[in-house]
Design a protein around this ligand. Structure first.
Ligand code: RB5
Length: 148
């Protein structure tokens, strides 16, 4: 299950991503927003991020104008590692090195075909199991818990 969230700027890209996921028989839940009317991105980023953090979805995909606002918002939710990705390498490495559980895309920064490629790369990449990466992910939890 994939959790989707967006603001008005990311709405059309999110709709295109939904079609893409449907073609691949990947299930998703759409946490809105549901049209191009101006809205506040933290609301929808938080809804999708909570779904991932609570285990209702394995991964999340967030879209806004730049991907930045939704990534900042999502990363405030405990357990979320949201990566704002503009290219194939960052999409792949966000999973391999950072075990990101959400990818954030910018509808005004990344063309649609590339955004769909980044989704595919992100969803298919596997987190590395080397000790140094696991240690660093654990340190992210330490920050959340006020230990670092
Ligand atoms: C909306 O105009 C825009 O500010 C928003 O989509 C996003 O880019 C914020 O980070």
């Amino acid at each position: 299950m994939i959790a989707l969230g967006n603001d008005h700027a990311g709405y059309e890209l999110k709709e295109r991503i939904k079609k893409h996921l449907e073609e691949k028989n990947i299930e998703y839940t759409d946490y809105g927003s549901f049209d191009t009317e101006s809205v506040d991105y933290p609301i929808y980023a938080a809804k999708a991020a909570h779904a991932v953090a609570d285990g209702k979805a394995e991964f999340g995909i967030l879209c806004c104008g730049t991907g930045i606002g939704v990534s900042i918002a999502a990363n405030k939710v405990k357990g979320i590692r949201a990566a704002c990705c503009y290219d194939e390498f960052s999409a792949e490495m966000s999973k391999i090195h950072n075990n990101a559980n959400m990818i954030c895309l910018g509808a005004r920064t990344t063309d649609t075909e590339r955004a769909l490629r980044l989704v595919d790369i992100f969803l298919s990449a596997e987190a590395a199991h080397e000790e140094r990466h696991l240690r660093r992910i654990k340190m992210l939890e330490d920050i959340e818990n006020g230990l670092l």
